[in-house]
Design a protein around this ligand. Structure first.
Ligand SMILES: N[C@@H](CCC(=O)N[C@@H](CS)C(=O)NCC(=O)O)C(=O)O
Length: 307
C-alpha cells in the first residue's frame, strides 16, 4: 500500500491519520506540491490532486474513496461505526468541501503565509500561487475576512456539538467526519498567529488532542520511480470490479472521469467498474503499465469519450 502525498497537504494528513487509525503498514511517496507531476500523471492518467493510494496497479483517488478502501481491507476499527449514524458521510463531505475552502483562504492570508511557506523564496510562493490559481480556475474563493467570520461560526458549531458530551463528533468513537474536520484544523494550526481563532473552543481543543494521538502508524518511504516499477510489475493483476446495470454505462465503453469541483483534469480510459459508490477505468502508460484508476462516484462526472 503506497500513499502518494506530501508533508504539508491537509488531505494527506487526513489519509495518514486514517492509515494510523487502521494500524496498517504503508509506504509513502513524496509527490511535487505543484505541477508538473510526471510520475503522478503516469499512475493516475491526469488526476493531480493529493493524495492518492496505490495498491499494486490499482490507484485510488480522493480520500473519500481511500477511506472506503481501507475499511474493506481492515474493517476494525471502523471509520463508519454504527453509533455515528449515516450523517457521518454528510458531515465529512461538508468538512472536506465547505470547511476546507474556508480554512484555506483564512490560513493563506499574509499573517499565515510566512508560517505555511517557512522561509521559501518569493519565486516559489509565486509559482505556488500561479499553480493553485489554475487548479481552482472558475471557483469563487472567500476573501480572508469572509473566511475568518465563517470559520468562527463553524468552529462554534463543532465546539457545541462536542459539548453535548460525546468524545468524538458523532459518538464516543471516531468516525470519518472526525478525520475530515481534523485535517482542516491541522492546517490552521500550522499558522500559529491565526490559530488563535481556535482558542475559545475548549471542547474542540480536547477533541483535537485525542485525534492527534491516533498518529500516522508505520510508514516507510519509497520513490516515485519505485512505485511506478511496482505498478508495472503487477502484470495485469487488478482488484476485482464490475459495471453494475442501470447506471447509464456499459463495461468496456471509452469514458473520461473528472472531478466537478476543482482540479478537474479528466482521466480517459475503458470503463471497468461502476456502482453507486465508485467508478473505475483501465488505462495504459508506458512506465506504469496497465493501471486501473478508481474514483468515488460522488463529486465526479463520467462522460462517454467524444460525447
Ligand atoms: N477531494 C479530494 C481533495 C484533495 C485536495 O484538494 N488536495 C489538495 C492538497 S491538500 C490538492 O490536491 N492540491 C493540489 C496538489 O496537490 O496538486 C480528496 O478528498 O482527496
Amino acid at each position: 500500500m503506497i500513499l502518494h502525498q506530501y508533508a504539508s497537504s491537509p488531505f494527506s494528513e487526513k489519509a495518514r491519520l486514517l492509515l494510523g487509525y487502521k494500524g496498517l503498514a504503508y509506504r509513502t511517496v513524496s509527490v511535487p506540491v505543484i505541477a508538473p507531476k510526471p510520475d503522478v500523471v503516469a499512475l493516475t492518467g491526469g488526476y493531480r490532486k493529493t493524495p492518492f493510494l496505490q495498491i499494486g496497479a490499482d490507484v485510488y483517488c480522493d480520500t473519500a474513496l481511500i477511506a472506503r478502501v481501507l475499511e474493506r481491507l481492515q474493517p476494525e476499527p471502523s471509520l463508519f461505526p454504527a453509533a455515528a449514524g449515516p450523517m457521518a458521510h454528510a458531515l465529512a463531505a461538508w468538512a472536506d468541501s465547505t470547511l476546507f475552502w474556508t480554512v484555506i483562504p483564512y490560513t493563506m492570508q499574509p499573517a499565515g503565509l510566512a508560517h505555511i511557506f517557512g522561509g521559501a523564496p518569493p519565486e516559489a510562493i509565486k509559482a505556488f500561487a500561479a499553480d493553485r490559481a489554475a487548479f481552482t480556475a472558475g471557483m469563487r474563493r472567500l476573501l480572508p475576512h469572509d473566511a475568518a467570520t465563517q470559520l468562527g461560526t463553524y468552529l462554534g458549531w463543532l465546539d457545541q456539538q462536542l459539548g453535548r458530551g460525546s468524545r468524538f463528533l458523532l459518538a464516543d468513537v471516531p468516525c470519518i467526519a472526525d478525520f475530515s474536520v481534523f485535517h482542516c484544523l491541522w492546517y490552521v494550526r500550522r499558522a500559529p498567529p491565526l490559530a488563535v481563532i481556535l482558542e475559545p473552543h475548549r471542547h474542540l481543543d480536547a477533541w483535537y488532542e485525542r485525534m492527534q494521538a491516533i498518529g500516522h502508524g508505520r510508514a516507510e518511504k519509497m520513490t516515485g520511480a519505485e512505485a511506478l516499477a511496482l505498478a508495472a510489475s503487477a502484470d495485469g493483476r487488478h482488484a476485482p470490479v464490475e459495471v453494475l446495470p442501470g447506471l447509464g454505462f456499459e463495461a468496456g465503453e471509452a469514458v473520461t472521469v473528472a472531478a466537478t469541483d476543482y482540479g478537474t483534469d479528466p482521466v480517459a480510459g475503458t470503463l471497468v467498474g461502476l456502482s453507486a459508490d465508485e467508478v473505475a477505468v483501465r488505462r495504459s502508460d508506458e512506465r506504469a503499465g496497465t493501471v486501473v484508476v478508481h474514483f468515488p462516484r460522488i463529486g465526479f462526472q463520467i462522460r462517454k469519450a467524444g460525447g
